[in-house]
Design a protein around this ligand. Structure first.
Ligand SMILES: *Cc1c(COP(=O)(O)O)cnc(C)c1O
Length: 357
């Protein structure tokens, strides 16, 4: 039996989703396919509270992180960095040859609206990048407040890496003025890896139209992607199994209720924090703890490799620290299709394993 996934990606996948994926393929230029994509895209618009564009991408999220900066900046990018994934976004920006500045806070701290406002006030930038939920530190940034601040700067687009946050907490794309919000599906969507989704504002699409194709490339050109999307198609052959899975998942989300799904995440997060707050201490700045994963301090210098190995023996996969935090923290994901009973299970096994270390 494969261990149950409590790592922050890929996450646990319910059998119903696996079954939905295992269907005989259909032609991607058929009416049947177009109906499938249309259903999926309109479902994603609902969960992201947007009437603007939603596009699907056969890639992991990192593909869209790269596409975003290449499509949305012609001047200079402000990369807000609070951990490993937001740092990756800054690195991608540099590697793509775009001018950028990084605005960093200590890992475990949140990027604040005030910090964003100060940076953008210089007038140097036409794109800001932000991570919603920093998976390496367990910090959830104040997205609504930051969105509000960025709206004061009409020339600046806001691009949000919501990979480990999307569907685990509300993201009100139109109300908060978010120009691009991207996520892969192997985190809080609860699907197997290999696919990504994004929202794109009309402003962002306009910006992409003004960027030379040589900067954007072919596969990830937003204008090209949008043009195919208008016909409920994709430019190249998509991962059709993922569209089946997304369609099934959107039905299940509707059955659960989106608000209930968010509430379930908040409850699971509350339970996990309560378990470890006294014992270990939380790595995230108080008030900005993530609702989809928790990062604990390794206060007692536990052998985290041994901890993960013993948990693996008991059929649970948990995660040591990411990047610079390896050995110093451990993380538990509580997102996607995990239920409260799964959280109770993993915590009681953790208690036993820690006692025996
Ligand atoms: C997992 C993750 C990524 C990388 O996603 P891929 O689908 O592996 O490309 C990027 N950002 C955040 C915040 C993540 O959690």
């Amino acid at each position: 039996m494969k261990p149950k996934l409590f790592i922050p990606g890929p996450t646990h996948v319910d059998q119903e989703i696996l079954d939905a994926m295992a269907q005989y393929p259909i032609g991607h230029r058929t009416g049947e396919y177009r109906e499938l994509q249309e259903r999926v895209v309109s479902g994603i618009k609902e969960v992201l509270f947007t009437k603007q564009s939603v596009l699907v991408s056969t890639s992991s999220a990192t593909g869209l992180m790269e596409a975003g900066v290449r499509n949305l900046s012609q001047r200079r990018v402000a990369n807000f960095v609070c951990g490993a994934f937001s740092q990756r976004q800054a690195e991608i920006t540099r590697i793509c040859g775009l001018d950028q500045d990084s605005f960093e806070v200590a890992w475990g701290q949140a990027t604040t609206a005030r910090q964003v406002e100060q940076a953008l006030s210089t007038g140097n930038y036409d794109l800001a990048t932000l991570v919603f939920n920093e998976t390496s530190t367990g910090v959830m940034n104040p997205l609504a407040e930051i969105g509000e601040v960025v709206q004061k700067f009409p020339d600046v687009l806001l691009m949000v890496d919501a990979v480990s946050g999307m569907l685990g907490a509300p993201i009100k794309v139109d109300e908060w003025g978010l120009d691009m919000v991207l996520a892969s599906v192997q985190k809080a969507w609860g699907l197997p890896p290999g696919f990504a989704v994004m929202s794109l504002s009309d402003r962002a699409l306009e910006r992409s139209r003004s960027i030379p194709e040589s900067q954007k490339g072919f596969y990830f050109d937003f204008v090209r992607m949008h043009k195919s999307g208008e016909k409920s198609q994709t430019t190249a052959t998509p991962s059709i199994p993922h569209l089946y899975a997304l369609s099934a998942q959107l039905d299940r989300i509707q059955a659960e209720g989106l608000e209930n799904r968010f509430a379930r995440h908040a409850q699971m997060a509350g339970r996990v924090r309560e378990w470890g707050r006294e014992q270990f201490g939380l790595f995230a700045q108080p008030g900005y703890e993530s609702d989809t994963l928790t990062c604990f301090n390794n206060r007692f210098d536990l052998d985290l490799l041994a901890l993960a190995a013993r948990m693996r023996d008991r059929n649970y996969l948990i995660s040591g620290g990411y990047g610079n935090l390896k050995g110093k923290t451990f993380r538990l994901a509580h997102m996607g299709d995990l239920q409260m009973s799964d959280i109770d299970d993993v915590l009681s096994v953790l208690d036993e394993v820690i006692k025996g270390l």
